[in-house]
Design a protein around this ligand. Structure first.
Ligand code: SAM
Length: 311
């Protein structure tokens, strides 16, 4: 019996299991593409629950594959589900799901990294940034190789309020799988904040964070030093860390949010004083040195010391 005031959750008609779909369409997981499938619907229900209330939500699932998470999303009673899948082998299996939920599912065969999310949902769902998040959710279980660049892209979109965030503070529920392990999945739910914790341009924050984590097991000063060109590197690294009040012997993952904020704000001041600083790229310098070394080798000129000795 339906509970008064509560819409009954959507029930999919009897369907082949995800395992049967995999067999039917010979959907062998391609390990080189880090494809791992979640077959246990209790697990996919748990993942989808992390997204919160989905009844009448508009959801975009990235990388549905054989459709385990997709079924749990549909069972949660969503209004509309957009599926973006890169691998054509999964499309026929997803079409079976689409037919089981008439008018609810739209399948796109494409790459999420190229897909224009700003046009993915009806404009009427738009909310102001300061308001409650819109009834739009992104859900996905993607390999690390895709989820990492995707998260960086979406963080930049958050900072500019574009892409999926032209609709407001769109929420994301993403799983992070170990490359090949099938069982260990961490589910992370993100809701963009109204005010960013660090009030600096995204590219500057990205550069500082990437530099800090460059040598993730070493003391943080090693990574921070890569923000600066070789001449004056030590002094400028010390100046940055002292002003930002960061103990150089902390490991990157031990730094607090306020220390990252201090680092970004102080680095910003240093860049304003010396505009050549922001364009300095440590990795690029290493590449150039390597190129020079191999050129020298081929013309038998004396070598420069290895770059590892530079820091
Ligand atoms: N969601 C399914 C599950 O949990 O069983 C499949 C997970 S599998 C780890 C990742 C899925 O993402 C695969 O179906 C793969 O083809 C798809 N995929 C990988 N890269 C993608 C991309 N750039 N855009 C869209 N889908 C992608």
């Amino acid at each position: 019996m339906a509970v008064p005031g509560k819409a009954a959750a959507f029930r999919l008609p009897p369907l082949p299991t995800v395992g049967e779909i995999i067999k039917l369409f010979k959907l062998k997981a391609q390990k080189q593409l880090s494809q791992n499938f979640l077959l246990d619907l209790r697990l996919t229900d748990k993942i989808v629950k992390q997204a919160g209330e989905l009844r009448s939500a508009h959801v975009c699932e990235v990388g549905p594959g054989p459709g385990g998470i997709t079924r749990s999303i549909l069972s949660a009673g969503v209004e509309h589900l957009l599926l973006i899948e890169k691998d054509a082998r999964f499309i026929p299996g997803l079409q079976i799901l689409s037919e089981a939920a008439p008018g609810k599912v739209h399948i796109v065969h494409g790459d999420i990294l190229a897909y224009k999310m700003e046009n993915a949902f009806p404009k009427r769902l738009k909310k102001n940034w300061e308001d409650e998040p819109p009834d739009i959710h992104i859900i996905g279980n993607l390999p690390f190789s895709v989820s990492t660049p995707l998260i960086v892209k979406w963080l930049e979109n958050v900072s500019k309020k574009d892409g999926p965030f032209i609709y407001g503070r769109t929420q994301m529920t993403l799983t992070f799988q170990k490359e090949v392990a099938e069982v260990d999945v961490a589910v992370v739910h993100f809701t963009p904040l109204v005010e960013p914790k660090i009030q600096q341009p995204f590219k500057l924050v990205e550069k500082v964070v990437q530099s800090v984590f460059q040598f993730r097991r070493k003391y943080c000063f090693r990574g921070i030093a890569t923000l600066f060109p070789e001449s004056g590197r030590l002094e400028r690294t010390e100046q940055l860390m002292m002003t930002a009040n960061v103990d150089p012997t902390l490991r990157p993952y031990q730094l607090s949010m306020s220390q990252f904020r201090n680092l970004c704000n102080t680095y910003r001041k240093m860049c304003d004083e010396d505009p050549s600083l922001f364009v300095y790229n440590y990795r690029e310098e290493l590449r150039q040195r390597k190129k020079m070394r191999s050129l020298r080798k081929s013309t038998s000129q004396p070598e420069e010391p290895e770059e590892e000795n530079q820091l």
